[in-house]
Design a protein around this ligand. Sequence first.
Ligand SMILES: Cc1cc2nc3c(=O)[nH]c(=O)nc-3n(C[C@H](O)[C@H](O)[C@H](O)COP(=O)(O)OP(=O)(O)OC[C@H]3O[C@@H](n4cnc5c(N)ncnc54)[C@H](O)[C@@H]3O)c2cc1C
Length: 289
Amino acid sequence: MKPAAFDLLRPDSLEEALQALTAHQEADIKALAGGQSLIPMMNFRVAQPSVLVDLERIPDLRGIEEDGDWISIRPMTRHFEVKASPVVAKHLPLVREAYEHVAHFTIRNRGTLGGNLSHADPASEMPCVMNALDADFVLQNASSVRTVPAREFYLGPFTTAIEPDELLVQIRIPKAQADERFAFEEVSLRKGDFAMSAVAVRLAFDGDVCRSAGIALAGVAGTPVHAEAAEAELVGQPVNPDAAARAASSMIETIVFEGSANITAEYRRHVTRVLIERAIIRAVASPRI
Ligand SMILES: Cc1cc2nc3c(=O)[nH]c(=O)nc-3n(C[C@H](O)[C@H](O)[C@H](O)COP(=O)(O)OP(=O)(O)OC[C@H]3O[C@@H](n4cnc5c(N)ncnc54)[C@H](O)[C@@H]3O)c2cc1C
């Protein structure tokens, strides 16, 4: 298949890109990042934008930086760069661990973190990780900048809070603290495939007692699911296998599981319960940063 005809813009600066989005608002204009999701969709004509703005040449949109208690990742940073980053390995162990499950080598070479988060596939790992870590997404248009929490960013399958004239320009993720523990668990058909079900866990402790928790799921609904019912079972008490089992049982009662081509609703429900329990137990035992 070949895509429908489109115009390609290749701006050299963020300002130029944002002006192009404003100028072409009436047309179906789309940002092009790594093209690993958008181009196949165009080839199948599921998406038929009339104008593409290629973000490839904009240096301001790439890189990973420390910023006080936060790590700032620019959206055009490629998957392989995030996965290999020593800064990410040191300060964002959950991101590093979850990247073992994101796509295949060749896709990670071109695909970008910003494209991945903006694409909003419900079975994608990173949106779920950003939910568990309570990250912030910075959106910009030609005249203003705003910050949207990851937990409010996803509005439905493949639908986000990004307005047509906006770009995701920065992903801000809190650095891991010494009293925090993390784990990511996933079941997929093959390694590197999207999740049938996945769980990201962040637990913070005062001694043995769980002070706060961030738990999120992928692959079980149209958006990442913030697992508040599971968090509520853990906060304020020691986290042992019984508490993990209670958290998993409470959480799955809040979800209406659906089947898909390779998995029944019943199996997705079962595997999600097991993954939540397993991820919590493994997080407790995970090494200090
Ligand atoms: C075979 C295969 C397996 C895959 N497996 C997985 C997997 O297991 N897990 C997973 O998470 N992903 C997987 N992916 C998807 C992959 O991670 C993609 O790279 C990613 O979803 C899209 O990133 P991209 O940079 O290629 O974005 P693009 O395809 O270029 O863009 C995707 C969408 O985001 C929009 N966009 C891009 N950048 C911005 C921006 N800065 N601001 C606003 N909008 C923007 C585009 O307009 C488009 O709508 C897989 C893809 C393939 C082809």
